[in-house]
Design a protein around this ligand. Structure first.
Ligand code: PEP
Length: 250
């Protein structure tokens, strides 16, 4: 059975006090045994306090990014080893905002994927097409290329530490959501692609999350699709009541 996962990406939002407030609301409102694995990704400065705030809950604390080098002269960056040293063992890689604003190419992401897996971290690997790709009917090719160039160098045994997040760029933070059918169509394509390049067991076992303006009003319908195993949630994860409603959509 594939794992169901709902992960909140808090991006560069909330200082320490605001994060602590959100954490305490989340802790209060979360049901005891959610039907999905729940994760939150606060800013680096709030990771440690998130651990404290979420003690005795099933919520996992994950990082939004990491550098591909083990250590060295990379001012402003954070390594896998540093994350692991405070207990963070999952990292989001390849978010479209990292690609668009910080020059993360498929090649750089392949290095990040390798570094994270080598350090025995779990990755949530994000990818997805821009609106122009979809309009010109290149979205399947584009997604296949992102997977091929950044992820398919991994070994069969690495897949146990991989979660995928299909996030069409045109749906992120725009209020516009892929329809449940569009999400299902792409998720089924991704699974088939993995099955062809690796094998069917891997393809059937990897969790593929959808991300892009998921909110309480549409979560149930999207999560009900056969190949959608959960969501990566941006805006709606910043309000505990909405995030919890999305988690409870399973
Ligand atoms: C995201 O940033 O990963 C995301 C899906 O954002 P939003 O839910 O706000 O579209």
């Amino acid at each position: 059975m594939r794992k169901k996962i709902v992960a909140g990406n808090w991006k560069m939002n909330n200082d320490l006090a605001e994060t602590q407030e959100l954490l305490s609301h989340l802790k209060m409102q979360l049901v005891k045994e959610p039907q999905a694995e729940v994760m939150v990704a606060p800013a680096f400065t709030n990771l440690y306090s998130a651990f404290q705030g979420l003690k005795d809950t099933p919520v996992q604390v994950v990082a939004q990014n990491m550098h591909q080098a083990e250590n060295g002269a990379y001012t402003g960056e954070v390594s896998a080893k540093m994350l692991k040293s405070i207990g963070v063992d999952t990292v989001i890689l390849g978010h479209s905002e990292r690609r668009a604003h910080f020059g993360e190419t498929n090649d750089i992401l392949a290095e990040k994927v390798n570094a994270a897996l080598k350090n025995e971290m779990r990755i949530i690997f994000c990818f997805g097409e821009e609106l122009a790709d979809r309009k010109s009917d290149k979205h399947f090719d584009l997604v296949a290329k992102q997977l091929l160039e950044s992820l398919y160098q991994i070994t069969d045994s690495d897949w146990k530490n991989v979660v995928l997040a299909y996030e069409p760029v045109w749906a992120i933070g725009t209020g516009e959501t892929a329809s449940p059918e569009q999400a299902q169509e792409m998720h089924a394509f991704i699974r088939k692609n993995i099955s062809e390049k690796f094998n069917d067991e891997i393809a059937q076992n990897v969790s593929i999350l959808y991300g892009g303006s998921v909110k309480p009003a549409n979560a149930k319908e999207i999560f009900a699709k056969e190949d959608v195993d959960g969501g990566l949630i941006g805006g709606a994860s910043l309000k505990a009541v909405d995030f919890v409603e999305i988690i409870n959509a399973f």
